[in-house]
Design a protein around this ligand. Structure first.
Ligand SMILES: C[S@@+](CC[C@H](N)C(=O)[O-])C[C@H]1O[C@@H](n2cnc3c(N)ncnc32)[C@H](O)[C@@H]1O
Length: 248
């Protein structure tokens, strides 16, 4: 049986293909830290933590951090990063569709579009796990692309940008029937080597997210245009949902 895309593309190629699109994680963590006023030593889980871009700087600020990712390659990179930085992070290689620790966390982070990869029922299960893993009053920060703008304007897009390693071609095919975006990234390196990967992500509207989060015992406080709490506008690149665990 072929493995689903999200089990295969997050490997050694990922940083070359996606780093040019990433924000500065140190700045983002500084923003989160200032924006949320978390208690000192708060318990934080980064779901789909990748190579620890945010988990490590969060740990450096004294938070008790758990990083969860399905990819052994990403967890290996994250572990090395934490070792280099001399910080303690608990790394867990697990599927976010099953990861759940009742009431264990003050903050759940889901950053740089690490949500929406599965069927609607499975995406809801991820939110249910998040709701169950948060203590009452705990916070979820869900960082997704703004579906109303740019590459994800709910329509097909093709774009090529120059990146340090060569040229990065990005194509998005949006299916209005399934509300899923299939994005293909191809890096044509200056040395002639081509690497590519393809994403398939469900694009949720604000209304859908509010409903799904409500079902998972969370209440949306607001939508922001960045991880630092900038107001959300049609032109925002990101759509950051801040939700609080209420109760069932
Ligand atoms: C777009 S990357 C973002 C990584 C990280 N949040 C960042 O900002 O660099 C999504 C991450 O989710 C992980 N992932 C994909 N499917 C997953 C699953 N079912 N359970 C847990 N992690 C998963 C991938 O391995 C990858 O590291």
């Amino acid at each position: 049986m072929t493995r689903p895309w999200f089990e295969t593309i997050f490997d050694e190629r990922y940083p070359d293909l996606f780093a040019p699109l990433e924000g500065d994680a140190e700045e983002e963590v500084e923003g989160i830290h200032g924006f949320l006023s978390l208690p000192a030593g708060a318990a934080v889980v980064d779901l789909g933590c990748g190579r620890g871009r945010h988990a490590v700087p969060m740990a450096r600020r004294g938070y008790r951090v758990t990083g969860v990712d399905i990819s052994d390659t990403m967890i290996r990179m994250a572990r090395k990063y934490a070792e280099r930085e001399g910080v303690e992070v608990e790394w867990v290689q697990e599927d976010m569709r099953t990861f759940c620790r009742r009431g264990a966390f003050d903050l759940v982070l889901s950053l740089f579009t690490s949500f929406g990869y599965f069927s609607d029922a499975e995406n809801q299960a991820v939110l249910d796990n998040i709701g169950n893993s948060l203590r009452k009053g705990g916070t979820l920060l869900l960082d997704l692309r703004n579906a109303g703008k740019g590459l994800s304007r709910l329509e097909d897009q093709d774009k090529t940008i120059g990146v340090p390693l060569g040229r990065l071609r990005m194509s998005v095919r949006f299916d209005r029937r399934t509300m899923r975006a299939k994005a293909e990234h191809t890096l044509e390196r200056a040395d002639g080597i081509r690497i590519s990967s393809a994403f398939d992500v469900r694009i949720y509207s604000m209304e859908e997210l509010m409903e799904m989060l409500g079902r998972a015992g969370m209440e949306v406080k607001d939508f922001y245009g960045s991880l630092t709490g900038d107001p959300f506008t049609d032109e925002s690149t990101r759509m950051v949902t801040l939700a609080i665990r209420t109760g069932f």
